[in-house]
Design a protein around this ligand. Structure first.
Ligand SMILES: NC(=O)c1ccc[n+]([C@@H]2O[C@H](COP(=O)([O-])OP(=O)(O)OC[C@H]3O[C@@H](n4cnc5c(N)ncnc54)[C@H](OP(=O)(O)O)[C@@H]3O)[C@@H](O)[C@H]2O)c1
Length: 215
């Protein structure tokens, strides 16, 4: 059993926390407002707990970052870079800007030359950030059932050992995994969120995922 800290009180946090509990791990969810997590905690069983972002970050052996993209750097600050040092951080965040989508196309507050993952890595240099789960809706993150078999999750991050750990997690959650190497690859992975959301905004279709086909 591993101690998994899930930072975030939203739907991604709920989905992945329940996924890790289902695999037999212990989960502490972090939030600024524990009242938001009270109902989840009451139902989630003996291996579930809640705390501040800092408490969860200190407690976790593996950390999931699932907070609003625009708040992600400040959540890292609330955790304290030391609490995250040497830990693998599964970074689900997307740098979605505040303005509404234009004809279904989300705006980002980052550029194609510097991803949110790279900004987070710079904020906590000794943490081992790995992008994962960012290019699919929370409804399909755990054991997705889709025509055409398991979809592909794209991951990246600077630490090869952390990427290998996250590859195992993502595979246990029912995905094929495409490891795209170091942090710069997040410049390509994060915008897949924009593409994934377009059918949702245009046609209310949120039931799809990407698959990499190979010869
Ligand atoms: N929803 C999806 O299907 C989906 C899919 C793929 C990736 N993602 C990405 O995953 C992340 C989580 O998404 P979500 O939909 O679960 O939740 P969300 O609504 O994007 O984020 C909720 C979390 O962000 C924190 N937060 C918001 N503003 C904050 C601030 N000013 N300071 C500190 N913390 C703040 C909240 O903290 P408190 O708990 O303290 O309120 C809460 O834990 C996002 O980056 C999103 O883009 C989402």
């Amino acid at each position: 059993m591993e101690k998994v800290a899930v930072l975030g009180s939203g739907e991604v946090g709920t989905t992945l926390a329940n996924g890790f509990l289902g695999l037999g791990h212990a989960v502490m969810r972090g939030s600024r407002d524990l009242a938001k997590l009270a109902e989840w905690k009451a139902k989630a069983g003996k291996n579930a707990s809640t705390g501040t972002f800092a408490e969860a970050a200190r407690w976790g052996e593996l950390v999931v970052l699932s907070v609003k993209g625009g708040a992600a750097e400040s959540v890292i600050d609330l955790c304290g870079a030391d609490a995250l040092a040497d830990k693998t951080i599964i970074d689900t965040t997307n740098p979605i800007a505040e303005q509404p989508p234009a004809n279904g196309v989300l705006a980002f507050f980052t550029t194609l030359d510097r991803s949110l993952l790279e900004r987070l890595q710079a904020r906590a240099p000794r943490a081992k950030f790995v992008k994962a789960f960012s290019c699919v809706g929370s409804n399909l993150m755990v054991k997705p059932k889709l025509k055409g078999g398991p979809p592909t999750m794209f991951i990246c991050g600077n630490d090869a050992g952390a990427r290998a750990r996250v590859r195992d997690v993502v595979a246990e959650f029912g995905w094929e995994v495409e490891d795209l190497g170091t942090a710069e690859a997040a410049r390509a992975i994060e915008p897949l969120c924009i593409l994934w959301c377009i059918p949702g905004f245009l046609h209310d279709d949120w039931s799809h995922a990407f698959k990499l086909l190979k010869a």
